[in-house]
Unconditional design. Structure first.
Length: 116
């Protein structure tokens, strides 16, 4: 089992920044990659970014150039630095731990609100 605990969400004005953190514990050696998904009201959950155990990153087109995913292996923590936030970024953000298409772990979610 893998446990994922997110933190760092909150309210920010358009153009502002937030950093989300996801601390992993348990059988983390099983994880091929970790990432962030988000779900806005009335919309499907969508991939924001992921980083593999080898350090390869991937981003949704909508966040490229604004968001940066990184990991601290010593702390078993993945970060999502979000800059130049826009109202369309407002959603619940979920940390994901991917083992395979059949095995995924999820955090509880953290709300990001972008509003003036």
């Amino acid at each position: 089992q893998v446990r994922l605990v997110e933190s760092g969400g909150g309210l920010v004005q358009p153009g502002g920044s937030l950093r989300l953190s996801c601390a992993a514990s348990g059988s983390i050696f099983r994880l091929y990659r970790m990432g962030w998904y988000r779900q806005a009201p009335g919309k499907q959950r969508e991939l924001v970014a992921f980083i593999t155990s080898g350090g390869t990153t991937n981003y949704a087109d909508s966040v490229k150039g604004r968001f940066t995913i990184s990991r601290d292996n010593a702390k078993n923590t993945v970060y999502l630095q979000m800059n130049s936030l826009i109202p369309e970024d407002m959603a619940v953000y979920y940390c994901n731990g991917y083992v395979s298409d059949y095995v995924n772990y999820w955090g509880q979610g953290t709300q990001v609100t972008v509003s003036s």
